[in-house]
Design a protein around this ligand. Structure first.
Ligand code: MN
Length: 211
């Protein structure tokens, strides 16, 4: 006979990534004598100043082409690497892997990260604008809870988006980026193919002029 079951003990929840550590991880990965990325040591504007928070998606030709979604929170840009990029089709659920926070002035960075440096390869500002959280909860509380709902006002992306943290394979940094069904949804579209270029320079990520 089997012994009686002992009560199930739940493991304490591990903290999500390292939110709250500011830019330590960002600085640790980079040599600012070699890369022209912003060092992020300047003055940081007060969070929530202005009509909306900063939103940017950078297209990054590193080892693999991917898109980096960045949303302003607490004086930094909370960041996700989205391998397939965003979609305006609500049927698409795009993997978004949370990475280290970036400085606010990274939102304007476009150029080339030199060979041998972290993230080596070309970067363009694929889309840029503002966002605001939906509903009563603060954006920071939504991040902590792994369930984010925002309205984006960009040049390419607009309307409601959800970011939902998954527990797939026990990983704590995997999220899904999903377009909400609203007037800005475009079922069947592929916005990354239709609008491949930078909103700042009109260049695509393979343009040698980027350096
Ligand atoms: Mn990247």
């Amino acid at each position: 006979m089997l012994p009686p079951m002992s009560p199930v003990r739940k493991k304490p929840e591990a903290p999500a990534v390292d939110r709250g550590c500011g830019l330590d991880r960002y600085h640790a990965k980079r040599d600012f004598a070699k890369t022209c990325e912003p060092a992020g040591t300047g003055e940081v504007p007060a969070a929530g100043a202005g009509p909306g928070r900063a939103y940017v998606i950078q297209k990054h030709r590193a080892g693999h082409l991917h898109y980096d979604l960045r949303l302003e929170s607490g004086g930094v840009l909370t960041s996700w690497a989205v391998p397939k990029g965003p979609s305006l089709d609500p049927a698409d659920r795009r993997l978004a892997v949370e990475v280290e926070d970036h400085p606010l002035d990274y939102a304007g960075f476009e150029g080339s990260i030199p060979e041998g440096e972290y993230g080596a390869g070309r970067v363009i500002v694929w889309d840029r604008g503002t966002f605001r959280p939906q509903g009563e909860a603060s954006f920071e509380a939504m991040l902590e809870n792994g369930s984010v709902k925002i309205v984006i006002a960009g040049e390419k992306l607009a309307g409601g988006f959800a970011l939902v943290r998954t527990r797939f394979a026990g990983k704590k940094n995997n999220w899904l980026l999903i377009k909400e069904k609203d007037a800005h949804a475009r079922p069947g579209s592929a916005v990354t193919d239709e609008s491949p270029r930078s909103v700042l320079s009109g260049r695509d990520v393979d343009d040698p002029e980027l350096g």
